[in-house]
Design a protein around this ligand. Sequence first.
Ligand code: ADP
Length: 410
Amino acid sequence: MPITDKSFVLVFNTGSSSVKFTLFRIEDETVLATGMVERIGLSGTQLFFSNHQGNQLKRAVPVQNAREAVLLIIQQLTDPVQGKLPNAEALAGIGHRVVHGGDQIHQSVIIDESIKKIIQDCAALAPLHNPPNLEGIEACQSIFPDLPQVAVFDTAFHASLPEHAFLYGLPYHLYRDGKIRRYGFHGTSHAYVSQEAAKHLRKPLRELKLITCHLGNGSSITAVKYGQSIDTSMGFTPLEGTIMGTRCGSIDPAMVMHLLRHHRMTVDQIDHLLNHESGFQGLAGVGSSDVRDVIAAMDEGNQQAKAAIHLFVYQIRKYIGAYVAAMNGLDALVFTAGIGENSARIRELICNGGDGLRKLGIELDTHKNDGALGINAEIQSTKSPVKLLIIPTNETLEIARQTIALLLSL
Ligand code: ADP
């Protein structure tokens, strides 16, 4: 399609009370402007905006819904002084982050009525995310009815999971009729860092066996074999897997019945407990879900904090072992997101802690690890056949890339 005079794409991430945006120049993937409208529909609604020349602003705005937020963002982006978009006609398209595409979505797609129906149908699987994601799409469609819009799904990268990795041991009809299966999340991040790892290693992704560790507030680990996700630690919801900032990760499901029957908790209380009061928040006992606080407490001798860190690290080591087995080998282990990119301590504990992972071909060089600045750094020792990489994630850029690729294919 002719995008020669349409040189920009806009990426939106619409949440329940915020609309985040990033404007890219297509030619060189430069971020020209970024920001968000937050506290939409609440008191104290604000616009944050910054452009690539360092102009920043923050101001109170009278915005009640996603449509008003999008209109305001376009107004700001086309502002003659600070805006970086000459006019709305210069947009080639808009990319939207969408959390859940269920089992029907395998890749990014141009949005039409059938795609909107899928997003709506998946609302039961992602009640906090899909409805606002759809609201952002509809807001943009009402303002730009003729502009192509693309949906980039968090679950899409994991659509390649084989049945033996996505089924649970429940009656089959719950999968067939009830759609209960492993979906996996953070797919855009796992896809992005896999591609960046392949570029860094100068090898085609289709020849590589990777394990990507997205360790942030939410954490997930994925086995990427020859470019495809073949297993991932998050499941039917983002609650499964390792312990996280406030989420419990995998637990014996019988505990839920136990809490209902013997602790007289309600379903909503248990939901809150597992999603918001667990993980580092509940386990470490330092009143924080931030790994930096938990490590600081551990270093001051707090045994509970130490136990939480060691549980997290142990779980990740077990996933690594399982995924090496699942792929029968490993070329590179990739660390990304807030903890993966920034915490040399956690990376070291994962690779070299306990008895180490040398039998799996993994050994970290502590000097390289401590000095790594997080920009596609290699931190393995000379004895480690497996490459250990720190690759900063960039989900927004990945959404822009997938949007551009689809626009070009039109
Ligand atoms: P989200 O999953 O919300 O996108 P991030 O990927 O930004 O989160 O990760 C945020 C988390 O990263 C913080 O809660 C904190 O635990 C962790 N983090 C950030 N910097 C460091 C650091 N230097 N050391 C340890 N942990 C860090």
